[in-house]
Design a protein around this ligand. Structure first.
Ligand SMILES: *Cc1c(COP(=O)(O)O)cnc(C)c1O
Length: 453
């Protein structure tokens, strides 16, 4: 059905002809039309220009469409919906595992955030990743991926997809364009898969260069932008598909598991196809109530990201000045500092994640113990994007799916403490808690020579 369905009217205002009447037969009030291109460079501006959905009774917030199924006035309408003649772009809905109005609206907001033609949301980041890959690949297809990826994605590519579908992945160093180019098998390789900022080593993907290589070889560039919403806009830099674990910064509350797929309308539509759609048939549906929750948080994502990034920059600068081994793309000594500077949206900084290399797992654990249990600087937990600082030792937690050699190749040292810098409390209060915990670690450990002075 969806193959013949009308392309959905998505919200990228640049791509929408203001006179095409798309919204003319829509009864709801509309957002202001874009009047200048100035907002377009800031994802917060694009998001604010997406159509604002009001509630059924004029509420400032959209209503939650909690129905699993939808009724029609005339029997023939059902036939026309199933033939693809009437679709969600004209407010005709069939069943909520297919398009749901509330989830569709969040999808439009996500598309606006990422400057893609379309977007749709899923029940988790992993379901967004696996469905997108299964849609773009067939049995026996080949993927080229960065060797430095979120552990779950790495396991999906190295174990699950080869076993279940014969989809094999070649892992490469994505900073080496020759290696990337050589790994692509023309005709067989369908996807080049990277993370815009990689978990956990914070290496940054050169999206314009990777997209040039991918497109020269007829391959789709798929970018997981979970670490850097607002900061980086991969689609504007040449990516074809942008994926998110919405569970992280976008949610911000560490209370929701969700995902998003942003890309061409043809891809989103094909994913809802009755016969061949990965979202329709595997069914990783987002609940409408969850979509509403996330939609309420998107308007302050920009403010939250700025504060995450600001504090990460201040902490990284001070940690470095103390002589600690800190990895942060905002620092000039980071190998990808000038790259991220050339790609980042203005005013956001360099991300809310930083890594501290404590050289051994034992010392990393001692620091985290004091940071949580003695000085209340943050919490030992995986995940990221929460208002409290979250800390984990990547090698033994989120990247534990990788073998020792794979970790070494990706630059994950056993003492690497990954921090998602929160914004609760005051900056100086948190810094003094960090200093106190560090001094306690040093009192018990005279072999750690972190200080250069
Ligand atoms: C957490 C995470 C995922 C997986 O997302 P879930 O919402 O937990 O399924 C994928 N990619 C990255 C970079 C992540 O941090």
């Amino acid at each position: 059905m969806a193959e013949t369905m009308h392309p959905l009217s998505f919200s990228n205002p640049k791509k929408r002809n203001p006179t095409d009447g798309d919204d003319a037969n829509d009864h709801r009030p509309l957002a202001k039309k874009p009047t200048s291109a100035a907002w377009g460079s800031d994802p917060a501006g694009s998001l604010a220009n997406a159509r604002h959905e009001f509630g059924e009774h004029g509420g400032v917030n959209m209503s939650i469409e909690a129905s699993a199924t939808f009724t029609v006035m005339e029997p023939d309408t059902m036939r026309r919906m199933f033939s693809g003649e009437l679709g969600p772009d004209r407010d005709f809905f069939i069943y909520s595992r297919h398009f749901n109005p509330t989830v569709l609206n969040l999808g439009r907001q996500m598309a606006a955030l990422e400057s893609t033609e379309a977007g749709y949301c899923t029940s988790s980041g992993m379901s967004a990743i696996s469905s997108a890959l299964l849609q773009l690949c067939s049995a026996g297809s080949h993927i080229v991926a960065s060797h430095c990826l979120y552990g779950g994605t790495h396991a999906l590519l190295s174990h699950f997809l080869p076993r279940s579908c014969g989809i094999h992945t070649t892992f490469v160093n994505i900073s080496d364009m020759d290696e990337v180019r050589k790994a692509i098998k023309v005709g067989e390789t369908k996807v080049l898969y990277v993370e815009s900022m990689a978990n956990p080593t914070l290496t940054v993907a050169d999206v314009p260069a990777l997209s040039a290589v991918a497109h020269e070889k007829g391959v789709m560039l798929v970018v997981d932008n979970t670490f850097t919403p607002m900061v980086l806009s991969p689609a504007k830099l040449g990516a074809d598909v942008v994926l998110h674990s919405v569970s992280k910064f976008i949610s911000g509350g560490a209370d929701i598991i969700a995902g998003a797929i942003c890309g061409p309308a043809s891809l989103v539509n094909s994913m809802m196809d009755l016969h061949n759609g990965a979202l329709m048939l595997l069914g990783p549906t987002m609940n409408a109530k969850v979509a509403f929750e996330i939609s309420e948080r998107l308007p302050h994502l920009s403010i939250r990201m700025k504060e995450h990034c600001h504090r990460a920059m201040v902490f990284a600068t001070r940690m470095k000045a103390m002589g600690l081994r800190v990895i942060y793309p905002g620092l000039e000594d980071h190998p990808h500092h000038s790259l991220i500077k050339s790609m980042a949206n203005k005013g956001y900084g360099f991300g809310g994640m930083l890594c501290l290399d404590m050289e051994s797992e034992e010392r990393a654990n001692r620091l985290m113990h004091h940071l949580q249990n003695t000085t209340q600087f943050g919490l030992m937990a995986v995940s990221l994007g929460y208002y409290e600082t979250l800390m984990s030792c990547s090698g033994s937690s989120t990247s534990s799916e990788m073998s020792a050699e794979e970790k070494a190749r990706a630059g994950i040292s056993p003492g690497l403490v990954r921090m998602s810098v929160g914004y609760s409390g005051t900056l100086e209060q948190r810094w003094s808690q960090f200093e106190k915990a560090l001094s306690l670690v040093l009192q018990q450990d005279n072999t750690f020579s972190y200080s250069k002075n």
